[in-house]
Design a protein around this ligand. Sequence first.
Ligand code: C5P
Length: 222
Amino acid sequence: SNNIVVAIDGYSSCGKSTLAKALAKKLHFIYVDSGAMYRAVALYFIRNNVDTKNHDQVAGALKNIHLNFHSRDYQTHITLNDEEVSAEIRQMPVSDKVSEVAAIKEVRKEMVRQQQRMGKSKNVVMDGRDIGTVVFPHAQLKLFMTADPKVRAERRYKELQSTNPDITLEDVFENLAHRDYADTTREESPLTRAEDAIVLDNTNLTPEQQLQLAVDLVKPFV
Ligand code: C5P
């Protein structure tokens, strides 16, 4: 097929989704937040006490998990078995658990299958950790985003403060460091830059500057 896929990967909280949403909106593409899928699975595992080391429990859980995106305003709206969980999946219990759940081979296999289906015949911008390496190795444009870890923690801290008044900058920094370590060192599809991905360090770039860069890069394909 001749649909266009933009793959945006990178470390935790370095502005992938901000850029992905803005780019999708500008191009009238579909935006898919692959991290939200792993987060929703992690939420199910937490609620149902699924033992991540027990293959039968994991397989059983995956059979009972039905995820759906309903996009509105290019924000992530995801349902887990028809329940809206978009806010809950951003909270710390899920953030602390998600990388453990995302390291499970069976979980990745099922999520990748669903992601590939979403980008099969439609123009999409998808962000995550393995989009350019595993999900869409033939994406027309691949970006690999990074930023100074302290800057990333401060950005995420500001976002979380309104809903979590008790959260500290240290908690956020620790969580990001933990997820980056787990995501880059896991056995299954570790976070790594695809050879043909363009590195975008946005430590000192505004969202508008990032969008302009991405729009210029995608121009040859649209
Ligand atoms: O993108 P976000 O930070 O919401 O992703 C949450 C977690 O989901 C990541 O830290 C990672 O463990 C996992 N993830 C993944 N593969 C993706 C997207 C997210 O393993 N494509």
